[in-house]
Ligand binder design. Structure first.
Ligand code: COA
Length: 236
């Protein structure tokens, strides 16, 4: 089983795997890549086999599908945390995804510098006993947005603002006000070890609501056949 999955990886992915020394990190990386490859193949009705996919890295570090397979552009993003690995696939529009374990014991609000003023005010208005969870709802949305943008840690999290209930962008990092093209959603996912918050961001200029397929790896290790997928229609 493990050999079958390793055989799907490119030499670069194997090298990356070899550099990971923590067993859990290795498992999450391997599951993520297998889930990604099978998800992309199913999005193309198997016109490309899981092993054929090639990847590049965009400026800022975001992994992308390498051009050259003669296919319409396919966008994806991966997130993993503890037992959960998530792959989001958008058809031809950028997506970002983030998952975090819902740990009710975390301190909140966090250091002021990572939230925009409106976000801090929203958090301060929440019930004290719910604040840790509310912070993680907001935080995963911010991470999903940063990952959509593909700028990773270079994006200053205090420069853009997410509004909540329903989630929406209030101000982008370049100062633009609410964008109708940016779609956000957040939900809880139950796993054997507890609840996780899963947030998605998609930038879609089409008039229809964007559809993002979310592939979850939920149980055991390893293999996308243990995963499940669902289509998420993001609110406008
Ligand atoms: C690289 C980064 C995106 C990883 O985020 P994370 O929450 O630690 O981990 P996640 O599991 O959610 O995401 C990891 C996946 O993101 C993807 N990724 C890596 N760089 C990325 C980037 N620049 N943009 C989007 N996705 C990226 C990869 O597919 C990676 O999985 P893989 O290595 O198994 O292929 C993260 O370091 C980052 O830049 N986060 C946003 C900015 C941030 O953290 N700011 C902190 C302000 S205090």
């Amino acid at each position: 089983m493990l050999d079958n999955h390793l055989a799907l990886l490119s030499p670069a992915e194997r090298e990356h795997l070899d550099r990971l020394t923590v067993a859990g990190d290795r498992q999450r990386y391997l599951v993520g890549r297998v889930l990604l490859r099978t998800a992309l193949s199913s999005a193309t009705a198997q016109r490309v086999t899981p092993r054929q996919w090639q990847f590049d890295t965009a400026t800022g570090g975001k992994p992308i599908v390498a051009p050259g397979l003669g296919l319409p552009p396919l966008e994806f993003n991966i997130s993993h945390c503890r037992q959960l690995v998530v792959v989001a696939v958008g058809s031809d529009f950028p997506v970002g995804v983030d998952v975090e374990y819902l740990d009710r014991s975390i301190d909140s609000p966090p250091a002021a510098g990572v939230l925009a003023p409106g976000e801090r005010a929203w958090l301060e208005g929440r019930l004290p006993e719910e604040r840790a969870i509310d912070f993680l709802r907001l935080w995963t949305l911010k991470e999903a947005y940063a990952k959509l943008r593909g700028q990773g840690v270079s994006l200053d999290f205090a420069t853009f603002e997410i509004g909540m209930d329903p989630p929406r962008i209030e101000r982008t990092e370049s100062g633009e006000s609410a964008s109708r093209n940016l779609h956000l959603s957040t939900e809880q996912v139950r796993m054997p070890d507890g609840l996780y918050q899963l947030s998605l961001a998609a930038l879609c200029r089409k008039s229809r609501k964007p559809e993002v397929t979310v592939h979850l790896f939920r149980e055991g290790f390893v293999g996308s056949e243990h995963g499940s997928s669902k289509l998420v229609r993001l609110a406008t």
